[in-house]
Write a protein that binds this ligand. Structure first.
Ligand SMILES: Cc1cc2nc3c(=O)[nH]c(=O)nc-3n(C[C@H](O)[C@H](O)[C@H](O)COP(=O)(O)O)c2cc1C
Length: 432
């Protein structure tokens, strides 16, 4: 095994070179202002992450439609950009390029996973509501054919702005149950027109978005996609579908395909269980890189994929990352949560200073007592998922404020802070 694989530069089809094989995966920052513009906190955050050593940074999801956000603190790129909007994006791009790091913007449409705090009636392929307790999400309305065309144009426009403001590329978010991933799912997409039914139709929105983004930018600008290996739900987007979508994407000249999985209903992206049992097809377990819970899917994906591959989820150790790379099944290692706690984690791994990230997750669990003896287990599960995420959000805020992170932060405190901040930010949004 070549121990230096992590340090080996990687050339993307567009001609860009990544200085090593580590990528900071997309993580929503929540620090945009009341007009959903980038702020100095983004610049601080991305400078710290760029200095932290990863060859590539992918931003948290940036929305293409201000009516449908994943959370109030998202950056939005839509319509004519004002000079301050452009300047704030330029500053963020410059910060992310520190030390020859590459920075790509993750473009997304939140679809039916838009919280009620943002929109009572979100949109989706069909009027299929999320099956989650707590009333956080409204029942979506099905997009019209004209609106679907508009979504494609929005992705292309946002990519153009990213290109003009100095970012190195974009990643089209087609995973985790947001709009493009909803279209892929036969459980959520019940349409009977050219956008629903057989997989060729369900994948049309993703493919058209990728094509539109490609033709709106230049050949040197990187275009990637984040795709679910599966939704892990009975009747949902399955691994077999994923392999077929990869074959379709083979024609589109992608620079990087990131393999992930899960949705809000089944948050396997973070290895959290949803309310329903996890539905999983039989895929041969890989003996390599066991810590990376989607790696076995990447091994199979590699057999059909003609574009470079990245896999994200669970990578913590230098040996695990090197094993995955030396297998030849992936080209880039995606890292999320370890970078919320330590912006310099990649550098420490690359330099051999540490062998592995500390296991913070072990202690991130709300006790069942918190909700009283009559609380339903389902609610506790969901609350626990939100609490964990809230805990990571709080760490990102600290990084964005130039502070040290706080591994000792209590998970209950984090959940309360998360609830408070999300409400306050949503209430402060200025509608134009
Ligand atoms: C705080 C937080 C925010 C996230 N936001 C996004 C996001 O905006 N877009 C996305 O595709 N994935 C998002 N993810 C998922 C990560 O990109 C990644 O797939 C996941 O954390 C698994 O990798 P890890 O085990 O290295 O953390 C987020 C994860 C965390 C912890």
């Amino acid at each position: 095994m070549n121990d230096d694989l992590l340090l080996t530069p990687f050339h993307l089809p567009c001609g860009q070179m990544l200085r090593n094989r580590l990528c900071k995966a997309a993580m929503t920052e929540g620090v945009a202002d009341e007009l959903n513009r980038a702020t100095p906190r983004h610049a601080t955050l991305y400078r710290r992450w760029a200095e932290g050593g990863a060859g590539l940074l992918i931003t948290g999801n940036v929305q293409v439609d201000r009516r449908y956000l994943e959370r109030a603190g998202n950056i939005v790129i839509e319509g004519e950009q004002t000079a301050p909007q452009r300047r704030s994006l330029e500053k963020m791009a410059t910060a992310g390029k520190t030390g020859d790091t590459r920075i790509w913007v993750q473009l997304s449409h939140a679809g039916r996973q838009t919280p009620k705090l943002i929109a009572n009636e979100p949109v989706g392929p069909s009027a299929v509501p999320l099956q989650l307790p707590g009333g956080r999400f409204g029942c979506p309305r099905a997009l019209t054919a004209d609106e679907i065309r508009e979504v494609i144009a929005r992705f292309a426009h946002a990519a153009t702005v990213c290109h003009q403001t100095g970012f190195d590329g974009v990643q089209v978010h087609s995973a985790h149950g947001y709009l493009l991933s909803e279209f892929l799912s036969p459980k959520v997409n019940l349409r009977e027109d050219e956008w629903g039914g057989p997989l060729e139709n369900r994948a049309r929105l993703l493919l058209e978005c990728v094509r539109a983004v490609r033709s709106a930018t230049s050949p040197e600008f990187a275009v990637g996609v984040k795709l679910n290996s599966a939704d892990f739900q009975q009747g949902g987007f399955a691994f077999e579908d994923c392999l077929r979508v990869i074959e379709m994407l083979n024609q589109e000249g992608l620079d990087l395909l990131e393999v992930s999985g899960g949705t809000y209903e089944q948050p396997r992206l973070l290895q959290i269980d949803g309310l329903e049992p996890v539905f999983e097809e039989k895929v041969r377990e890989s003996t390599r890189a066991r810590e990376a819970y989607f790696f076995k899917y990447a091994v199979e994906a590699r057999k059909v994929a003609r574009m470079p591959l990245m896999v994200t989820g669970g990578f913590r150790s230098r040996s695990g990352m090197n094993e995955a790379l030396s297998s030849g099944d992936v080209d880039v290692i995606g890292l999320g949560r370890p970078l919320c706690l330590d912006a310099n984690f990649p550098q420490k791994i690359l330099g051999g200073e540490i062998e592995s990230a500390p296991d913070y997750e072990r202690d991130l669990r709300l006790g069942p007592g918190i909700f009283g003896p009559n609380s339903s287990v389902g609610l506790l599960k969901v609350a626990n998922g939100f609490a964990k995420i809230g805990w990571y959000y709080e760490q990102i805020y600290r990084l964005a404020d130039g502070l040290a992170t706080d591994p000792e932060l209590g998970v209950w405190r984090a959940l309360m802070a998360y609830e408070r901040t999300e409400k306050a930010k949503a209430a402060a949004l200025i509608t134009t």
